[in-house]
Structures are given as C-alpha cells and as structure tokens.
Design a binder for this molecule. Structure first.
Ligand SMILES: NC(=O)CCC(=O)C(=O)O
Length: 271
C-alpha cells in the first residue's frame, strides 16, 4: 500500500479558498497512491478560533465537494483531514471526512476529545460521541484526531473494532513536537497497528505547528517522517506486518479486563 501524508502549510496569509484549491491540486497529483491524508482543520486553521464561525460548513460543503472531486480524479482513498462542521443542531464539530476512490463520502468522524481547556475547541465546539472505523480493501481504518492521541482508551476501542490502520490528522504545536513523536509511536506499538499521523505546518493564529508527519509500523519503526515545512511524505506500507506482529507477540490477547480499582480510588482524602 502506498500512502501520502500532505503536510499542508496553514498560514494567516492564505485564504481558505486558496488553500482548498492548493490542497485539491496536491491530492490530484497523487494518482497511483492508495491512501492520501490531509491535516486537521486546514481550511480555517486549527488555532484561528475567530474564523471558525465564518468558515464552518456542512459535511457536503465546499471542502467536501473539492476533496470528492480530487479523490475521484486521482482514484485514491482520501482522508481529507478535518473541517469545522456546522451540524444540523447548529453546533460546531471538528469533523474528519473520508472519501473512496470514486469520490463518495464514506465516513465522517467528529473529534471526541476537544483541546483547549478554557478556550478553543473546548469552548466553541461540541464533542463527538462515536468511535468510527471502516473496512476497506487496504485494511480497516480507524479515526482519531490530534488531541485524541493523548487518550489511549479511544485507540484500544478502535482496535477492538478491528482497526489495522490508525489515521490521525493533526495541528500539533511545534513546542510539543517531542510529545507528538512519542505518542504517535506509542499508539503504533501498543495497538500493534500502522499509524499515519499527518500534521499541519507553518504558523497561524499565533501558533507554530510542528509538521513532523509520520508513517509508523506496528513495531514502532518510523517508515517516513517529514521535516517542519510543507511536504508530501510518501511511504510504502506492508500491511502483512500487522497480522504478523499480532501472531508473534499476541499482547492484545493478554489483556486483563477486570483489574479492580484500588479501594482509595478517587477519594479526596487518599494519602
Ligand atoms: N489541535 C489539537 O488537538 C492540539 C492538541 C495539543 O496541542 C496537545 O495535545 O498538546
């Protein structure tokens, strides 16, 4: 399987329309790949909160139309990263879009863990509630987005649902680049899955993003890793490795699901 992670530059100086056109051209240029991945919130910018209301769109909005056409033109599976979705309930969601080789929208995933504490997503967006996977001829894909990386229980749920390829669009900050590298590899090792982690590059909204997109195999081996700037990172992935490592080191079978909580769990007076 050949995959490309399009580590798009997301800046304050380019409009969403310009970036959409540029991203579509980059996807169209990936004919021959099997799967192409874009970063998180690359149309509005993940850190440009003030632009989210104006840039919000339904799941069949301008980004979906442009990405559908690009996927069809290149005949690739396209994980188009995430958009600011305006849901039918009027709420905003951080929503991933997956298109098949014909350009059909096959899955959406609303980010479950919202980053920001008392600002950003945590304030302006609603949380997704659904763990999402899809079976494809490439293997079963599981969805997670950026901050989700810090919550291994989501990844375990994805693997319990049969995931072999974890796709993680992101807009991770440059100042936490080392945490990104560790978490991406950790998720690959603990879930014995391929991880395709595609981060934005450049600065916007006062935040420098890390770049450093990675394709990692289930051994934790980094098959390809991008630098800090805009780049199309391509990797060949041997999907047989997933079944092989799960047979050779069947750690997922050794889980103990009934570990009792300590008696003082969550007790405020615990020493
Ligand atoms: N966009 C994000 O989810 C940012 C996550 C982040 O900065 C972190 O986990 O650290």
């Amino acid at each position: 399987m050949r995959v490309s992670l399009i580590q798009l530059l997301v800046s304050d100086t380019e409009s969403a329309d310009e970036r959409r056109a540029r991203a579509a051209a980059l996807v169209r240029g990936r004919a021959g790949d099997d799967l192409v991945v874009l970063p998180e919130l690359w149309t509005t910018g993940a850190w440009a909160y003030d632009d989210w209301q104006a840039g919000a769109e339904p799941v069949d909005g301008p980004t979906a139309r442009a990405m559908s056409a690009a996927a069809r033109s290149a005949a690739v599976w396209l994980h188009a990263g995430t958009v600011v979705e305006r849901g039918d309930d009027g709420s905003l969601y951080n929503t991933a879009l997956l298109f098949d080789r014909s350009g059909a929208l096959r899955r959406t995933y609303r980010k479950i863990h919202r980053y920001g504490f008392d600002t950003g997503e945590a304030v302006w967006m609603a949380a997704g509630r659904e763990v999402v996977t899809i079976g494809t001829e490439l293997g079963r894909l599981g969805f997670a987005t950026c901050y989700d990386l810090r919550f291994p229980e989501l990844f375990r749920a994805l693997v319990d649902a049969g995931t072999e390829i974890l796709v993680v669009p992101a807009a991770w900050p440059a100042r936490r680049r080392e945490q990104w590298r560790i978490l991406v590899r950790a998720r690959a090792v603990e879930e014995q899955a391929v991880v395709l982690a595609c981060c934005a590059s450049g600065s916007h909204g006062g935040m420098e993003q890390a770049g450093g997109s990675m394709a990692v195999d289930p051994w934790g081996t980094v098959l390809a890793e991008a630098g800090a700037g805009e780049e199309v990172l391509t990797a060949e992935i041997d999907m047989d490795v997933v079944a092989a490592i799960r047979a050779e080191l069947p750690v997922l079978q050794d889980r103990v699901l009934s570990i009792p909580a300590p008696e003082n769990a969550r007790s405020a007076s615990a020493p």
